[in-house]
Ligand binder design. Structure first.
Ligand SMILES: [Zn+2]
Ligand SMILES: [Zn+2]
Length: 168
């Protein structure tokens, strides 16, 4: 999203573009990340030490209500935290590693196709669609299989020790 675009849509929606709103939008745009409210607060506070937590949280809520940012739960992989991203990105699915928390974005035709099919099949007018896919990334799959191996090794060793103890 360019700064000009976000200013226009803010004006259209009748929201006054205050400094803290612009700081938050810029942070989300610039990092291109899915940031939680607390991280956003810390980054915004670094830029403008006068910003307090309450203002940042309230501003986020307004941006969400104004349709400028999306609030995501990303499978709640960190607990009940919510994450934010700007609304102007093309529709995408979020692929979340439930072990390390890495988030990937999937763009492409299948999502548009799904949307068309749902609209046709149910005669439904879709306003918002969120696709979240949870699982293990390639790196965590390797780590997990190692952990499973270790656990198996430990389980196999434990009864042997117990037996030795009984016989002595
Ligand atoms: Zn992972
Ligand atoms: Zn995203």
């Amino acid at each position: 999203m360019t700064a000009d675009l976000s200013k226009d849509s803010l004006k259209q929606r009748g929201i006054r573009l205050t400094r803290q709103r612009q700081i938050l939008l810029d942070l989300l745009d610039r990092t291109g990340q899915h940031l939680d409210a607390e991280s956003l607060y810390r980054m915004a506070h670094e830029q403008d030490p006068k910003l307090n937590r309450v203002t940042v949280y309230r501003t986020l809520k307004l941006l969400k209500e104004g349709g400028l940012v999306d609030e995501l739960d990303l499978m709640h992989h960190t607990g009940d935290q919510h994450f934010y991203e700007t609304r102007t990105k093309q529709e995408h699915a979020h692929i979340i590693c439930l072990r390390c928390g890495r988030v990937e974005e999937f763009y492409g035709d299948p999502l548009r196709k799904l949307r068309r099919q749902v609209e046709a099949h149910f005669g439904f007018q879709i306003l918002i669609a969120r696709t979240e896919i949870g699982g293990y990334c390639a790196h965590c799959q390797v780590l997990r299989s190692q952990e499973v191996e270790q656990a198996r090794g430990a389980a196999a060793a434990a009864p042997a020790k117990a037996r030795r103890r009984k016989s002595s």
